[in-house]
Design a protein around this ligand. Structure first.
Ligand SMILES: O=C(O)CCC(=O)C(=O)O
Ligand SMILES: [Fe+2]
Length: 409
């Protein structure tokens, strides 16, 4: 068993067996650097092995049999959003990057204006795995670090309030404008408490938000407005990339639902197995923009049967495709299945901002994307339909999008 098995990377957030790269120089030794923080000039070996080989690798490790080569690490695309507002050629390339990330992986990250040290290292090393992604452009999404930090602080301070304070918002009525719960009958919550509320337009909803901690409304409000702005930019790009034009649905998107889920997960009690905080699911809206305080989010790419951990790059936001974008694109884009595992080092906060059309507005497959070779794949539905769907889904979780599929004749 290598020395690194089930120990931590130097960043202290990654469980080694999942992330650690075998140093090409030392071969079987452990570099103590996880793939997210790879500063090693000796590139992790890329074997081209299918995802299932990862489990064989793990099995071989557990049984103490000779090492199999490690599965390849596929870095997540990081998109340069500032190119959307540059000249038309730069915008066209950015649109292409965003749509291909949505098509191929179902998600991507957008990062803040600065380069984090690990990415600078990677960019300067042509042997590093990060340098191999065609999508690595690390520039601004325009939300300041202090705004993101403020939102995480506000969420964390809310969850630290006494039970009495939090229970002011306790409800299992999914139609409440704000709702706190420690468990849920949604079929996916395993170990989390959450606060859920709406945010767009802010003036309509902020009156329902907590007044404790005293800065909650200010900090979360600022972050909500900024994420709504980024969601508009991203939707324009995606709709342009799908050939529908950047102004398609613009007004409806501007007045659309922004639903925020603040999640609080305890630290994992197990050092050996993944503990699930939130079971695999996809989100109902067009896009989800997610901010996490530390690693825990994992995604299942469409062409994979393994979980890919999403790094918590400082200043970066994670973006993924939701069920209604799958419907609108008539299946060209697929909603991303994801889950949250408990962090081994600390309790964890995530803020998911889900963006869609207004409550009663139905989302249909865009007519422009339907023809005799591409028949309509989904029936129309609204956010209200999603809320109606949830109670029937409590015991045996099914993805909303699956309930919308039109069966082939
Ligand atoms: O905590 C996470 O990373 C995921 C949260 C999530 O998927 C959700 O709130 O829908
Ligand atoms: Fe989610």
């Amino acid at each position: 068993m290598p020395c690194c098995f089930q120990s931590f990377c130097c960043c202290r957030f990654s469980r080694a067996y999942k992330y650690l790269s075998i140093c090409a120089v030392l071969e079987t030794s452990c570099s103590q650097v996880c793939s997210q923080c790879c500063a090693c000039s000796a590139r992790p070996r890329r074997t081209g092995m299918p995802a299932v080989a990862g489990s064989l690798y793990m099995a071989s490790q557990k049984k103490g049999v000779p090492l199999l080569p490690r599965p390849p690490v596929r870095p997540l695309p990081v998109i340069n959003l500032s190119r959307l507002t540059m000249d038309s050629a730069s915008r066209a390339l950015a649109v292409q990057d965003i749509v291909s990330a949505c098509r191929q992986r179902g998600c991507f990250q957008v990062s803040a204006a600065y380069l984090s040290p690990c990415i600078i290292l990677c960019l300067s090393s042509n042997t590093c795995q990060f340098a191999s992604t065609p999508h690595l452009h690390v520039v601004s999404h325009g939300i300041s670090k202090s705004c993101m930090k403020g939102a995480l602080e506000a969420a964390s301070e809310f969850f630290q309030l006494s039970t009495e304070h939090k229970e002011e918002f306790a409800s299992d009525d999914i139609r409440q404008p704000i709702r706190y719960d420690t468990s849920s009958r949604d079929g996916i919550s395993m170990s989390r408490s959450f606060l859920k509320h709406y945010a767009n337009p802010l003036d309509d909803w902020i009156k329902f938000w907590p007044t404790q901690p005293p800065t909650y409304r200010e900090k979360m409000g600022k972050y909500a407005v900024e994420t709504q702005r980024v969601s508009m930019q991203l939707m324009e790009a995606i709709l342009q990339g799908l050939g529908l034009g950047p102004l398609y649905l613009q007004e409806k998107l501007e007045g659309g639902v922004q639903f925020m889920a603040l999640n609080n997960y305890p630290q994992s009690a197990s050092k050996t197995t993944d503990e699930i905080g939130l079971a695999p699911h996809s989100d109902y809206g067009f896009l989800t923009i997610l901010l996490q305080s530390s690693p825990g989010l994992e995604v299942m790419h469409h062409d994979d049967d393994a979980w890919t951990p999403v790094p918590a790059i400082p200043g970066a936001l994670h973006v993924h495709v939701g069920d209604h974008l799958e419907v609108l694109s008539n299946g060209q884009l697929k909603s991303l299945v994801h889950r949250a595992v408990l962090n081994l080092i600390e309790s964890r906060i995530s803020i998911a901002s889900i963006h869609g059309l207004s409550m009663d507005e139905e989302v249909h497959c865009a007519e422009e994307l339907v023809d005799e070779h591409h028949p309509k794949m989904y029936r129309g539905s609204s956010f209200q339909d999603f809320l109606n769907f949830l109670p029937a889904n409590m015991n045996k979780y099914k993805r909303f999008v699956e309930s919308l599929r039109i069966d082939k004749p």
